[in-house]
Design a protein around this ligand. Structure first.
Ligand code: GLC
Length: 420
């Protein structure tokens, strides 16, 4: 299946890590794995998970305000806790005071606002009784004898139990497909088994039989549609479609002590660097156990959205802009490749120098204010185009000023070294 066009056009998605880990505000699943809490204390959080103020309509409104076009919610993380009343496995919303399916209202609320629906789902499940039944065939020697992951030393693999575990996983994924018809499935946890052990081929076939347009992330290994760099804009962008997942503070889920929130200016920067290199940003928030999103996170989302609204022409449905070296900052390019959007994080002084562009320029203006900018060009030599010196604007955006450069046709770039 070729990539669904909505995905590269969307640019911004919101990632939600919502689960029982929000009750004590500990790292999602990892608090148990790494021993911060015993398994018993970790699972005791089931009793405190109320979803008392769960209002996915308010989420959807906030995400639309942020300028997002899709969202991805943790249907089930590595701790095995399912946010819906699944018929497979014992650990789900029915065992909590929340006591009801949380996924259908989420899917409905997003769709009402024309947002695409995504679910995160972990292949691994550290509390399922059959999960730790086999060793990872992808590991040269068995190093990880963690009790959550595989059988203890000396105990043989139990392939029949493993097959049953996979039936459970497939049953849950089948439910997600048949009940909620997601546009995107965001898998994780794949590193603990080999591709063959994960039985990914029939899983991918099952998903695509239910909806051939479902987008799958790279953690479906060979069946993935796009790359998923995490927590840092790649210096060299991956080939093909990709999406950077990034936390607003330093935590995926709610952790009350974590106040290291990125500023709106930093988020605008992450966002523009990502889309300028052809990617999407999947910006993560961690709701409290009652379902509310904290004020600092909501403010960051709204701040980013306000910048996007002022510059939507340079954002949605654009493609990656200039490679490094032509402009000191990221840029995007209109889908018809005839308008360049140059991003300026700092105040330009005197001029902005645009290098290696062969086209004539029709018009230059500042997005938002409409201020028109003049330019003059150096002569250049043979096929080496001269620098185009764009007059510095007098109107500026508080976070990133966008200069729209309308070309006389499709972008024609000089990529050479000169006469050496
Ligand atoms: C990391 C975290 C995991 C989180 C994921 C999101 O792998 O360990 O908890 O869900 O990032 O990409």
């Amino acid at each position: 299946m070729p990539m669904q066009p909505w995905f590269p056009d969307a640019k911004l998605g919101i990632f939600l890590h919502y689960g029982i880990y929000a009750v004590k505000g500990v790292p999602e699943s990892w608090a148990m794995y790494q021993g911060q809490l015993s398994r018993e204390d970790y699972l005791a959080q089931l009793n405190g998970f109320t979803a008392a103020n769960y209002d996915p309509k308010a989420w959807a409104e906030l995400f639309a305000d942020a300028g997002a076009r899709y969202a991805v919610l943790t249907a089930r993380h590595h701790d095995g806790f399912a946010l819906w009343d699944t018929a497979f496995g014992d650990l789900n919303v029915r065992q909590t005071p929340a006591g009801r399916d949380l996924l259908q209202p989420y899917a409905d609320a997003l769709r009402e606002r024309d947002l695409k629906v995504g679910f995160y789902y972990s292949h691994s499940d550290w509390t399922h009784p059959l999960y730790a039944s086999v060793r990872n065939q992808g590991e040269a020697t068995w190093v990880n004898d963690n009790r959550f992951v595989g059988p203890p030393e000396g105990q043989p693999d139990d392939p029949a139990a493993w097959e049953k575990y996979l039936d459970y996983r497939d049953g849950q994924v089948g439910e997600l497909m048949d009940r909620y018809h997601p546009d995107l499935l965001w898998f994780d946890g794949e590193w603990e088994r080999s591709e063959a052990q994960w039985r990914l081929k029939p899983l991918a076939e099952r998903i695509l039989a239910a909806n051939p347009q479902t987008i799958l992330n790279a953690r479906m290994l060979s069946y993935g549609d796009y790359a998923t760099p995490e927590q840092g804009v790649p210096i060299l962008p991956p080939d093909g479609p990709w999406e950077l997942c990034l936390t607003v503070n330093d935590s995926w889920g709610f952790q009350g002590h974590d106040d290291n929130h990125k500023t709106v200016r930093q988020l605008v920067r992450y966002f523009v660097e990502t889309i300028g290199a052809g990617g999407n940003l999947l910006l993560d928030v961690g709701p409290r156990e009652d379902g509310t999103i904290t004020a600092p996170q909501a403010e960051r989302l709204r701040g980013l959205g306000a910048w996007i609204r002022r510059h939507s022409e340079a954002v949605y449905a654009t493609v990656a802009g200039l490679p490094a070296g032509h402009h000191y900052g990221p840029s995007t390019l209109s889908a018809d490749r005839e308008t360049l959007y140059l991003m300026c994080f700092d105040t330009p002084r005197e001029t902005i120098g645009l290098r290696g562009v062969r086209n004539q320029i029709r018009k230059i203006s500042v997005l938002g204010s409409g201020e028109e900018l003049s330019h003059h060009a150096d002569h250049g030599l043979h096929d080496v185009p001269g620098v185009k010196w764009i007059k510095a604007p007098t109107t500026e955006d508080a976070y990133a000023t966008v200069i729209a450069v309308e070309l006389d046709g499709e972008l024609d770039l000089y990529r050479g070294t000169g006469r050496v």
